[in-house]
Write a protein that binds this ligand. Structure first.
Ligand code: SAM
Ligand code: SF4
Length: 322
């Protein structure tokens, strides 16, 4: 699918739950969340059918996200099913890592092509303050298990003033002895994120260079919008994803499907398309395909964070999938 701005759309971020076993302060409200009823969540059969239609329309890469995708039972089976959908070339996962140690082997057996682990701190106290749980040792074990199993891993960190500015160099150190990418992602003013101040990519780079010396740009951008850099003596790479300070909307290739079957063409806007309603209302594959291609035609040019003009998305990140 090519949208009206000439962007080829081939990447689907697929949220399979809005439940999570952590409560990251910039993502989930601290006074709890209203759980979505089980019936409102797309079943795996429905997801697989939609994946077939998306793939027929040109989606080649699917990333499973949430909430925390590993808390939904049968996630490895789903990955296996998606891997066998004609046209889907890559199925990956974004996780907080808490359940990774238990599931790493099954994820590998299911054919998972890559795992992004969200890790904002390596300090147990900061982890507890940020997420509400004492889960850091579990995450570290999960990371090690997945690495030892030879899985393709990336570490994603959202730098936030007042939360993890003192941890960023230690997070970067994961790329020192291992050939993994560590990526710093700018906080977006969505949901709870609006109550915090993100640390910009340039500010993170400054902090890293103070500790590790000058870095240099790598011509390979890595997958997606990350700008990759290298530091002397590092086996892995350091990436910067800068939706706020250096928007990459002009090359955006993605769609998002929430766990309730709501199709979003841009993270910023509240608008979307009720695929679940159409699917459960008896729509044929052709009708669903028309709905999706119609949505892609309307994909906005880009987000408007920073302009504070229109009422943008009220959903939280855990409801959208990041
Ligand atoms: N629970 C999984 C995890 O944490 O990796 C998957 C879902 S989570 C919503 C996906 C990613 O979104 C995480 O890396 C998280 O740090 C990031 N995220 C959450 N809120 C954000 C915000 N306001 N701006 C930027 N990234 C955000
Ligand atoms: Fe859960 Fe991920 Fe949101 Fe943290 S960022 S609360 S782990 S969904």
């Amino acid at each position: 699918m090519v949208d009206r701005f000439g962007r080829t759309i081939e990447y689907l971020r697929l949220s399979i739950t809005d439940k999570c076993n952590l409560r990251c302060r910039y993502c989930m409200p601290k006074d709890g969340v209203t759980p979505v009823s089980h019936d409102d969540i797309l079943r795996y059969e429905e997801i697989t059918r939609l994946a077939g239609i998306f793939a027929h329309l040109g989606i080649r890469k699917i990333r499973i996200t949430g909430g925390e995708p590993l808390v939904r039972k049968g996630v490895c089976d789903l990955i296996g099913r998606l891997k066998s959908v004609n046209g889907v070339e890559n199925v990956s996962l974004t996780t907080n890592g808490v359940l990774l140690r238990e599931l790493a082997q099954d994820l590998k057996a299911a054919g998972t092509d890559g795992i992004n682990i969200s890790l904002d701190t390596v300090n147990e106290e900061t982890f507890r303050k940020l997420t509400g749980f004492d889960g850091l040792p579990q995450v570290m074990e999960g990371l090690k298990t997945a690495f030892d199993r030879g899985m393709r891993l990336k570490i994603n960190c959202v730098p936030v003033w007042g939360i993890n500015e003192g941890d960023l160099c230690d997070i970067a150190l994961f790329a020192k002895d291992r050939p993994v990418d560590v990526r710093f992602i700018e906080l977006m003013p969505i949901g709870e994120g609006r109550g915090f101040t993100g640390i910009s990519s340039n500010e993170v780079l400054y902090l890293l260079e103070e500790r590790f010396g000058k870095s240099w740009t790598l011509s390979d951008r890595g997958s997606g919008p990350a700008r990759m850099r290298s530091f002397a003596g590092f086996a892995g790479r350091i990436g910067f994803i800068s939706p706020i300070s250096q928007s990459f909307c002009s090359s955006c290739n993605r769609l998002r499907l929430t766990s309730t079957g709501f199709l979003k063409t841009c993270l910023y806007y509240a608008e979307g398309y009720d695929l679940k309603g159409a699917l459960r209302g008896g729509a044929s594959d052709e009708e669903l395909a028309r709905l999706i291609t119609g949505a892609v035609k309307e994909k906005p040019a880009g987000h408007r964070f920073g302009e504070k003009k229109d009422a943008f998305e009220e959903k939280r990140m855990y409801q959208i999938g990041g």
